[in-house]
Write a protein that binds this ligand. Structure first.
Ligand SMILES: [Zn+2]
Ligand SMILES: [Zn+2]
Length: 799
């Protein structure tokens, strides 16, 4: 064979199925005049191409340079073959394989091409609510099994009409092998149903549903990952009715706006936020709210608003028909998981929804909307540490030379280049894996924590972090957890041999793990947080890990939550922590932050706090009993939790005495803070072993300024700055003792942008390299990933 012809076999792994990879390869080969074939198997995409060596080289380069929008290539392996002079290029049929390693992609928002067709009266899919193509549409939520082919999705019952089949089989078509392809003649249909799911004869279900919303009704809408409840966002009575019927007192509702311009009417949208809003993932983005643009009941007393843009054709059509923003919140009763099966929705949501806008394409996996915050670029009012950079930094550990692990904080990045903070990682993100640096010796199942549960299945160099499961506190959520694990195991062909779990003996996830018949690995809660941050950054440690959150079970049996750990993936040492304070009433102290105020005031003022504090007056009836509980240590477990310190200060500043959802007091305290205020409260650090930071010192300072009449927003800001300062002080002390120059920040407290920005800025000014979360939540939603990498690391070490 002459040397002017080359033949190469190619294997591509990653998210390469159901994303138009084969048609992309097909048209690329055709353009370059190459012969050969391309196909899918359970491991990914395989191909062979033959032609002029330059054309073959260009083929390989273009494949990696310019893949289809939804593809994510992990690896391309090529092998030179003997040319055999074939002609033409073909697509090989899918073959079932023994190993399943091909990746299903995440659901993706309607693409611009489909949107144009949706609005084109001449197109045969004009106004068709299920339009999709290879570049967009449902994926993870409709997949029941792999390989990703139509019979393995919930589109299986819909036989393609001739015209759809022609598009599906035409390699030059945008819908070539788009598994959910359909049209009004052959695909799913909308229907409108009344209370309890009774059929309603509606000529145009969409128009009728829009009219109901405009009239102030509550509508259940079947989305990608479950049912939402919708009302017109500007109708006060409708939002209030939804809140009352859902038994949801304060937790803000998310709003869907028709487009970016409409979103800008509701909230401040900077460049980073705009990019997140319009990304194919279409998360809910928490944004600074513009007052008076939606009903007060949408997000009572909240300076932020969760906004998202339409991500299905149905949403686009509905928003256009309604003519204004709509509330779109999970279709569930307060603590239950979101309804996703029609019959469950019809019965479960009957007390809430006046009508159901539904359809006959099933949802296979319940998936909530993802929630993110946008930040970076500017740090308004952040102060330099003001102590100068001492000569104590280890050489070469400075931030300057390190990769931009947290671009934006130092203010040195170009304006607008902010970053994404994932609060809830679910629809649009899952099941994209996190690739880890060191492979798992054996497949691992990590069961996560209790609240905001996710699980994680990991094998090889991939960790599949699940969609948001919810708070594992009831049977429905637990079922979602166990079914989810089975589904992921099947989808990614992972049979776990090691199970990782939280040390808290009462977590349902822990009990589930310990019931399994396999090697088990207990991982301390805050170690898991830090390990999760390390995995998120492709780092193995050791680092100084600052894990600040609500509470997690400590190795000494007390509740931790304000921890400085010296940690790598395999283990940790507790370098320091916040001084433990009693939680009078245990769980009651979490629901009633004023109890933490009482406990902290007692610690801050041993001979009694100044007279006349509002928080004492408001809780006069129970104050003495709670103080006594703290003193005697009866039903008052001690905790070093940073979250409880935020709670204490929130109630002290009269933000609120009781909460209606997790973290509410801290969220509102952050919103109260005046970002322009300077000054930071300080507190003492003691202890020769693990150091101990007296959080009560901050409470003393807060109380002092409160009685002097300093405005609450200024006090709240100085408290936040004080937290950032104590993080800095703790890390400097840990660096002196352990010689480490890198810090990982994790735990739910770091959802607070004020704390995160200021702590990161102070640490950077002191020469630390700071690792922050980006792809994985810093809250308990990221715990399972941390558990998985810890278990993998211990397994590698033979422990
Ligand atoms: Zn499309
Ligand atoms: Zn059709």
């Amino acid at each position: 064979m002459s040397s002017d012809v080359a033949r190469v076999s190619v294997r591509v792994t990653g998210t390469v199925q159901g994303v138009g990879f084969r048609p992309f390869v097909y048209s690329l080969a055709a353009r370059l005049g190459l012969s050969g074939f391309v196909g899918n198997d359970s491991a990914g995409v395989f191909a062979e191409v033959e032609g002029a060596p330059a054309a073959v080289a260009e083929f390989l380069a273009a494949m990696e340079r310019d893949p289809p929008p939804l593809a994510r290539i992990d690896q391309v392996v090529t092998k030179n073959m003997r040319p055999y002079g074939g002609t033409g290029f073909s697509i090989a049929p899918s073959a079932p394989g023994a190993r399943r390693t091909a990746l299903v992609s995440a659901d993706s928002a309607t693409c611009a091409d489909c949107l144009a067709e949706l609005r084109d009266p001449a197109d045969r899919r004009y106004a068709y609510p299920f339009i999709n193509c290879t570049n967009c549409g449902p994926r993870f939520t409709i997949v029941a099994d792999v390989p990703y082919d139509r019979p393995n999705t919930t589109m299986a019952p819909f036989a393609m009409c001739e015209r759809c089949a022609a598009e599906y089989h035409d390699p030059a078509n945008r819908r070539f092998h788009a598994q959910p392809v359909c049209c009004p003649a052959c695909g799913p249909r909308l229907s409108l149903r009344g209370r309890g799911g009774a059929a309603v004869p509606a000529g145009d279900p969409l128009a009728a549903a829009a009219a109901l919303l405009r009239d102030g009704g509550v509508l259940a809408v079947k989305g990608l990952g479950g049912y939402h409840l919708a009302v017109a966002a500007r109708i006060e009575a409708a939002a209030a009715a939804l809140r009352a019927r859902k038994h949801r007192e304060d937790k803000p509702f998310a709003v869907m706006a028709a487009g970016l311009a409409a979103a800008r009417e509701l909230a401040e949208v900077d460049q980073t936020a705009a990019a997140l809003l319009t990304s194919p993932r279409r998360p809910i983005v928490l944004l600074p709210r513009r007052p008076g643009t939606v009903a007060a009941a949408v997000a009572p007393g909240n300076r932020q608003l969760g906004v998202m843009l339409p991500y299905t054709p149905l949403h686009h059509l509905l928003l256009e028909a309604v003519g204004g923003p709509i509330v779109l919140t999970s279709g569930n009763l307060s603590d239950e998981p979101i309804a996703y099966r029609d019959e469950d929705a019809f019965t479960g949501l009957a007390p809430i929804a006046d009508a159901f806008l539904t359809h006959d394409r099933a949802i296979h996996t319940r998936t909530d909307d993802s929630v993110v915050r946008a930040w970076g670029g500017r740090v308004a009012g952040s102060e330099p540490a003001g102590r100068g950079v001492a000569g104590s930094e280890p050489a070469g550990r400075g931030v300057a030379g390190s990769e931009p692990a947290w671009g934006g904080v130092a203010g040195s990045e170009p304006a607008g280049r902010g970053r994404e903070m994932v609060i809830r990682r679910s629809r649009g993100y899952v099941p994209e894996p996190v690739t880890v640096a060191a492979a798992f010796p054996r497949p691992v199942l990590a069961c996560g924590a209790e609240l905001k549960n996710t699980f994680c299945l990991a094998a090889g160099d991939r960790a599949f972090l699940s969609h948001h499961i919810g708070d594992l506190e009831n049977a429905a959520t637990l079922r979602s957890f166990t079914e989810g694990i089975e589904h992921f195991a099947r989808l990614f062909g992972i049979e776990p041999e090691v199970v990782a779990y939280d040390l808290h003996p009462e977590y349902l996830s822990t009990k589930y793990a310990l019931d399994l018949d396999m090697d088990s690995c207990g991982v301390q809660h805050h170690h898991a947080h830090i390990a999760s941050c390390l995995a998120d950054n492709g780092h193995a440690g050791p680092v100084i890990g600052v894990a600040f959150d609500g509470t997690g079970y400590g190795t000494d049996g007390t509740l931790w939550g304000g921890e400085f750990l010296v940690a790598d993936l395999a283990g940790f040492e507790r370098a320091g922590h916040l001084a433990p304070v009693p939680m009078p009433g245990g769980a009651a102290a979490i629901r009633q932050p004023w109890r933490m105020t009482a406990a902290y005031l007692r610690a801050a003022f041993p001979s009694g706090p100044p007279a006349g504090l509002d928080v004492v007056k408001r809780n006069d009836r129970n104050w003495a009993a709670v103080i006594q509980m703290a003193e005697r240590g009866v039903n008052a477990p001690v905790s070093s939790s940073a979250g409880r310190l935020f709670d204490a200060v929130a109630a002290l500043l009269s933000v609120r005495d009781t909460i209606n959802y997790e973290g509410q007091a801290a969220v509102e305290l952050e919103q109260l803070a005046d970002p322009g205020a300077t000054g930071a409260y300080g507190c003492e650090i003691t202890g020769q072993g693990p150091f101990c930071i007296e959080g009560a010192g901050l409470v003393r300072a807060v109380t002092g300024e409160l009685t002097e009449g300093v405005p609450a927003p200024v006090i709240a800001a100085r408290f936040h700055n004080g937290i950032a300062a104590l993080i800095e002080d703790g890390c400097v002390l840990a660096r002196e003792r352990y010689g480490l120059g890198e810090v990982a920040l994790s735990g739910g407290v770091f959802q607070n942008l004020l704390v995160t920005e200021r702590a990161a800025a102070r640490l950077a000014a002191r020469g630390f390299r700071v690792l922050l979360h980006s792809r994985v939540p810093c809250n308990d939603g990221g715990i399972s990933l941390g558990q998985a990498v810890v278990a993998g690391s211990r397994d590698r070490a033979g422990r």
